[in-house]
Write a protein that binds this ligand. Structure first.
Ligand code: BGP
Length: 482
């Protein structure tokens, strides 16, 4: 059978990781602009590096030296987008997942009308994509809320932020709806719990001693906002489709001991919770009980549950980088991964950053998700961060990246052949950009190399890696020639 005709092959990026131009075009500061560069650190050290505090944020705000804030410079896509889009078109992209920086349209988040320079910038970008025949898939919120909302309201913890986000989204639909029919609300909506500041602007000192409670409240506000704008998107843009976006983190039991299986079940139920709300339009009963028992069930307003019911999504999208393994044995060997900690799976290899590579896990995830939700799926992030070497003649040989994608595409194909409805695939990321978790650019994901180091040195010249030509062929043959 193979991939359906019109399968949407492409790539995914996020404004805060590639645009740069953090203080141009009337843009306000976003939470990403205070994210510092983190050199490779081990698991124990990691916690210290991701700690967020009011004091650190304020220091970063007045820091004029941007060397250690790589997201502020990105890869200068803001000025170079035509060159980069041309390279994506050369690979034959059908779709490009982009995000809109909220603080480019609403610098503080509180304005009543948008910054016209920001509107103009994105309109030009969408026009160029249209000219090149690349369809946009637009994420409304990808780790980049206006910083002012974090400082003043403790981000999404405050219900008033819903209205501000709805205003921003309405602007996006009205201004860009002519070009974009495919939309996503919150990138990796589940990550509020793992990265509260990056995802939801939550500052621990403003949480009355209970950060987790703050996170679940923020998450609820995001669910409500997502449902409102999903409905609105359908009303404003004829033929539009809205998806939710999750981090697919499937967990295996380390052994078949029932204790391990039970602990694993808990992890997997938690991973499904977010999609349950956005696809079915309701809080699942088991999670409701769990949150109530823990004292984390969010405050709701009358009508919230109805809003969730009326704003369910058309498709389910997710990122897929790795799988997790669970064990109740405290001595089980841990992985050196630096965002989500887990037990080592002896059957899997890991990336240089400790992310366990698992192509078959992608097939399992696709089948499990499709069977549970029965709506079309879209893989909107998948890829490998690696250290690339530029040869003397300027070529970049990245067989490890080709191997990674090839193995994942084979499994994707098998899932499709098994009956899974898959709309498309966007690799993370088609061009080297700033890593979300570490702010390194040397954790490279692209088919296109960017001559820039972690501290911003380099010409920013773009170069095609071997994988560039390989992916072009995959797209040309609709995934037949791997
Ligand atoms: C996802 C994010 C992306 C992206 C990717 C890779 O969680 O949605 O923004 O960056 O992970 O992660 P990292 O950049 O930390 O390697």
């Amino acid at each position: 059978m193979g991939f359906q005709q019109g399968f949407l092959w492409g790539g995914a990026v996020a404004a805060n990781q590639l645009e740069g131009a953090w203080n141009e075009g009337g843009k306000g500061l976003s939470v990403a602009d205070v994210a510092t560069y983190k050199p490779n650190v081990d698991v124990k050290e990691y916690k210290k590096h991701v700690e967020v505090s009011l004091e650190k944020i304020k220091e970063a705000m007045v820091d004029k030296d941007t060397t250690y804030y790589p997201k502020r410079r990105g890869i200068d896509f803001y000025h170079k987008y035509k060159e980069d889009l041309a390279l994506f078109a050369e690979m034959g992209f059908k779709v490009l997942r982009v995000s809109i920086a909220w603080s480019r349209l609403y610098p503080t988040g509180e304005e009543l009308t948008p910054n016209q320079e920001g509107v103009k910038y994105y309109k030009e970008m969408f026009k160029e994509m249209k000219r090149l025949g690349i369809e946009p898939l637009v994420t409304l919120s990808h780790y980049e809320m206006p910083l002012e909302l974090a400082l003043k309201y403790n981000g999404w913890n405050d219900r008033r932020v819903i209205d501000m986000f709805v205003r921003f989204s309405k602007t996006c639909f009205e201004e860009f709806g002519e070009y974009a029919k495919l939309w996503l609300t919150f990138n990796e909506v589940d990550s509020v719990i793992r990265h509260p500041f990056t995802t939801a602007g939550i500052i621990p000192e403003l949480c009355d001693g209970d950060e987790i409670k703050c996170c679940y409240q923020a998450l609820h506000h995001q669910f409500v906002a997502a449902a409102i704008v999903t409905k609105m998107c359908h009303e404003i843009i004829p033929g539009s489709k809205m998806g939710c976006m999750l981090t697919k983190l499937m967990t295996y039991p380390r052994t078949c001991a029932p204790e391990d299986v039970l602990a694993t079940q808990d992890k997997n139920l938690d991973n499904n919770f977010y999609a349950d709300v956005m696809v079915f339009g309701e809080y699942p009963r088991l999670k409701t009980v769990q949150l109530k028992n823990a004292g984390y069930y969010p405050k709701m307003e009358e009508g919230d549950l109805q809003i969730l019911k009326e704003g369910t999504v058309d498709f389910l999208s997710f990122s897929y980088y790795m799988t997790m393994t669970e064990s109740v044995d405290p001595n089980a060997e841990r992985t050196p991964g630096n965002t989500v900690l887990g037990v080592k799976n002896p059957y899997l290899e890991s990336s240089d950053w400790g992310w366990q590579i698992d192509p078959i896990g992608l097939r399992i995830s696709l089948i499990e998700l499709y069977d549970r939700y029965r709506i079309p799926l879209f893989i909107v992030e998948n890829g490998i961060g690696a250290k690339d070497v530029v040869e003397e003649d300027g070529s970049i040989h990245d067989p490890y990246r080709i191997d990674y994608f090839k193995a994942h595409f084979k499994e994707m194909k098998k899932a499709v052949d098994a009956g899974v409805e898959l709309m498309g695939y966007t690799s993370w990321a088609p061009i080297d950009l700033i890593s979300a978790s570490t702010s390194q650019i040397t954790k490279r994901y692209g088919f296109i190399y960017v001559d820039q180091d972690d501290l911003g040195n380099g010409s920013q010249e773009r170069k095609r890696k071997d994988s560039f030509y390989w992916y072009k062929k995959v797209i040309e043959t609709n995934g037949e020639d791997l």
